[in-house]
Design a protein around this ligand. Sequence first.
Ligand SMILES: [Zn+2]
Length: 203
Amino acid sequence: MTHTPATYVGRHQYLGASGSPCQIQYTIDSADHIRFINEAWLQFACQNDGAHLNRAFVIGKSLWDFIDGEDLRHLYAQIFKMVRTKHHTMVFRFRCDSPVCRRYFLMTLSPLLEGSLMLSTHPIREELREPVALLDPDVQRGEPLLRMCSWCIKACLPTEEWVELEEAIKRMDLLGGAEMPRLTHGICQECERTINLELKSLV
Ligand SMILES: [Zn+2]
């Protein structure tokens, strides 16, 4: 996992001071500039080598500076447009795992006044598992890149097949390797289809 701001904003990832999930919230204005981040957001950044991501650094920045991947940016743009034009709250499920835990969340996008949006996450459940080095922020990384779905955390194999991380590690023979691939973020076909169906239901 690269410690770019995209990790924190684009993937909605966080931990509370106790190490357990807590609610993160942030708002963007009508031009998609970040106007508010809550304490949970800052705590997560601090715990993941992102201490430079304080309010002074983040507030006023464009959200698009923090989201990588064209497909992801395109989908976010569609979602924001729909929430703003329909003035309708949208809720999505997503995964945001740590190396030792599968974590399931809901993300709620709510329209505010004058085109602003509130993005907030709510934890649903967690499942402990054997540590997955692929998600370890301190592991050494090299080529090639590995694309992960920002919604379900599946990984895209070189065959373009999206599989669970554990399966990807087996299929790519990453167990015991000196280096893990660098991670990039996108969206798998299944999640894209689900979100597009949700968007169409609001048209
Ligand atoms: Zn997915």
